[in-house]
Design a protein. Structure first.
Length: 419
């Protein structure tokens, strides 16, 4: 509860009048002071009344590309039974506020407000909660309370169409790429049974040991698998304006374009961040490597759950929790030593046969770590964004694409003749 400047002045006047009235025996002054104090007390009681409101929100849509329109529909319903509510309300929309008129909102009635959600920047726009301010008629006391929760609107990076998709090194014997449902006979891992799995894929010995049905997960070794590694280290994108690094935004657009093209081509794709999780001790030198070590297992397990297998219904790249959501939430973090640790794990796990590494001008000095992955990944492509000078040809024996933004990267990508 906050007392306004008018309320503070009236409260001070009440104390002065009461003191002067009793000190100098002026009952009129004491009466005025008592009236002023009573007015402040009445204002506090009126402002303390809590209206019963129900707040619902609906985002249309809740996932958009940067620059696309998105709207939020807010409905406020007065669930009280005794009196109408005349309130001042504003809804938080990212860094902005939107006024919501609640004049004479009668019991059982509702009011609806629709407004645009800003999508000019990539990220997660948090909308809400609704903050309702209750004031007394004299404007002496104001009390603000939050109503309802928050609704996120995911602003994905802009997607540029890519005509070419890497076919990888693995092909079937007849010279084409296979699309065998659920993979070939090559064993990959075990997972929990879900409704719809074939019983012939159940591994009964393991199921008996752990006490629940476990299913064999196979992979098609002839099918190309694409791994996109996005460099989200702050040192890789040193130039920032207004807290935003243009090179990192361009790298996010390139990653989103590759992931979307792969999903549309019905090819398995994995999106990784150099620093998948940040430790609380982010300021220390060991933060990046330690965070990568802790976050890798959980990240890989989540990617396995979300992985698309040929023959299944094609997923949307912007599905909840999908790769575009992770790109929308991605941000620059400290972790200078994270690339070396991540490269070691990418080499050990062999997640695919085509690796695409996207970095900024500050990451060109670390291309040696990426070049060392050529033994595990037959095809390695590097995208460098925001560099003032082109990357030296044949750097670490890699295919390097220098681009200023996502659109230029898409044009250069389609011109690559070898992967």
């Amino acid at each position: 509860m906050g007392v306004t400047a008018r309320g503070v002045g009236l409260l001070v006047a009440a104390v002065v009048l009461l003191g002067a009235g009793f000190r100098f025996a002026y009952p009129e002054l004491a009466l005025l002071g008592a009236a002023a104090g009573t007015a402040v007390g009445y204002a506090a009681v009126v402002a303390a009344w809590r209206p019963r409101l129900t707040v619902t929100r609906h985002a249309d849509p809740d996932r958009v590309a940067r620059g696309e329109p998105a709207s939020m529909t807010l409905t406020v319903r007065n669930t009280g039974r005794l009196r109408a509510a005349s309130l001042l309300a504003e809804d938080r929309c990212g860094d902005d506020t939107v006024a919501v008129p609640l004049l004479r909102l009668r019991p059982g009635r509702d009011t609806t407000v629709t407004y645009e959600v800003p999508t000019r920047r990539r990220g997660v726009v948090r909308v809400g909660p609704l903050r309702v301010t209750r004031r007394d008629p004299l404007g002496l006391v104001a009390l603000s309370r939050p109503y309802g929760g928050t609704t996120p609107v995911w602003v994905h990076p802009r997607i540029h169409p890519l005509a070419a998709v890497p076919t990888g090194a693995g092909r079937s014997l007849d010279g084409r790429v296979d699309a065998v449902p659920h993979g070939s006979i090559t064993f990959d891992s075990l997972r929990e049974y879900v409704v719809g799995d074939e019983l012939r894929r159940v591994h009964w010995r393991t199921s008996a040991r752990v006490g629940e049905l476990m299913v064999r997960e196979n992979v098609d070794t002839s099918l190309p698998r694409i791994v996109v590694l996005l460099d989200n280290r702050a040192t890789a994108h040193p130039e920032r304006r207004g807290g935003t690094a243009a090179s990192f935004e361009a790298a996010c657009e390139a990653a989103a374009s590759i992931v979307t093209a792969a999903v549309r081509a019905d090819l398995p794709v994995v999106l990784l961040l150099v620093v998948p999780d940040l430790a609380p001790e982010a300021g220390s030198e060991e933060a990046g490597a330690a965070a990568t070590t802790r976050g890798w297992a959980g990240l890989r397990a989540r990617l396995r759950r979300d992985a698309h297998r040929p023959g299944d219904a094609a997923p949307r790249a912007d599905s909840p929790g999908g790769p575009l959501d992770r790109l929308a939430a991605a941000d620059l973090v400290d972790g200078d030593d994270a690339l070396q640790a991540t490269a070691a794990r990418v080499r050990r796990d062999r997640l695919g046969d085509t690796l695409v590494f996207l970095t900024g001008p500050g990451g060109r000095g670390d291309l040696g770590h990426v070049g060392a992955l050529r033994g595990a990944y037959p095809s390695v492509v590097v995208g460098v964004f925001g560099a003032t000078e082109p990357t030296p040809p044949g750097a670490a024996g890699l295919v390097v694409i220098d681009a200023a933004d996502g659109a230029q990267f898409a044009a250069e990508w389609d011109g690559v003749r070898r992967w």
